[in-house]
Ligand binder design. Sequence first.
Ligand code: FES
Length: 129
Amino acid sequence: MMSEPAAAALLVCDADAVVEGGRGVRFAVSAFGDDGTGFVVRYGGKVYGYLNRCAHVPIELDWNQGEFFESSGLYLMCSTHGAIYVPQTGQCAGGPCKGGRLRPIAVHEEHDKIYWQPDEFVKAPPVSI
Ligand code: FES
């Protein structure tokens, strides 16, 4: 059987909307069959994407939309109970996420825009009519 062709990359935002160690941008996804959000952040000049779902309790990380970094700008932090994650890997670095990690979503920059790549489990959201 032939495998399905890879889904096309989808636009997230302008590249300069994602600030180094600062504001990130959310985007709608369908994650494992449920509505959800992904997010993109910038760290060390590179963009990283994850499913917006804490490894502690499966809820969104950002209490204020787009705020994913803690105050030092070194770690991503869940606003609910303070789990912290390494921005480059999504690995838990402290707090109640012990041993867990964020689910990565492939993102890339091209011509001053950021795109995300749907995969087998994190897909484009259904188009609302
Ligand atoms: S839900 Fe994220 S730290 Fe508890």
